[in-house]
Design a protein around this ligand. Structure first.
Ligand SMILES: CC(C)(COP(=O)(O)OP(=O)(O)OC[C@H]1O[C@@H](n2cnc3c(N)ncnc32)[C@H](O)[C@@H]1OP(=O)(O)O)[C@@H](O)C(=O)NCCC(=O)NCCS
Length: 177
């Protein structure tokens, strides 16, 4: 079963959202309008919560999880993803916060309490360490990531185009039934 309850909480989303039937979403997860979840994504909202904004796509094989509350960290770390975010293939997002219009390159890892501001590209295969803040308007690459350069105007525009392309694609999949 793709959508599973945990402790009485079931993922919530409306019928503009596309969720591939091979993905697994558990527990306290909310998805905004026109978002999409592609094959073999595992998203587990069990020991904290996951919030995904509007027009955001989570591509194939990505893993989404979070960190439980503890004595030293009373709120734990939920996973919060904004609007118009492209999460590439096989990305790991763990207890971090992503703003709006971000591209997380395929195979990247973003760790606990990392904060990615709006309008950022994270290169494929990069690692964002715990507690790191990525500043708005820049490209980051490497493991651990380093700020590479400011985004060009073209790249900034592409962030929205990429999200819009996935909205169109998920509409086509929804129409297939
Ligand atoms: C980083 C990225 C945006 C390209 O940036 P770019 O500035 O055009 O890259 P360039 O090809 O000009 O390369 C600049 C340098 O960065 C290096 N580089 C490129 N991508 C890199 C990456 N992901 N990690 C580390 N280094 C990278 C290049 O090898 C090159 O190094 P050099 O100067 O020593 O030769 C792109 O490589 C990338 O990772 N895109 C992510 C795409 C993706 O995953 N989309 C989601 C799935 S649809």
């Amino acid at each position: 079963m793709t959508i599973r309850s945990y402790k009485g909480i079931t993922p919530t989303y409306d019928n503009s959202v596309y969720i591939d039937e091979s993905s697994v979403l558990v527990g306290d997860i909310t998805l905004g309008k026109d978002s999409s979840v592609w094959p073999l994504v595992a998203a587990r909202g069990d020991v904290n919560y996951i919030r995904i904004g509007e027009r955001t796509n989570i591509q194939d094989g990505s893993v989404l999880h979070l960190t439980r509350a503890s004595e030293s960290n009373p709120d734990g770390y939920p996973l919060i993803i904004g609007d118009d975010v492209t999460v590439g293939h096989k990305v790991m997002l763990h207890g971090c916060q992503l703003g709006n219009r971000i591209l997380v390159g395929m195979g990247a890892i973003v760790m606990d309490n990392a904060i990615v501001e709006d309008d950022v590209i994270i290169g494929g295969g990069s690692l964002v360490p715990p507690n790191k803040r990525l500043e708005s308007g820049y490209l980051y690459v490497g493991s651990p990531v380093k700020q590479a350069r400011p985004l060009t105007e073209q790249e900034r525009a592409f962030l929205k185009v990429s999200a819009d392309n996935y909205v169109q694609l998920k509409d086509e999949y929804l129409a297939e039934g």
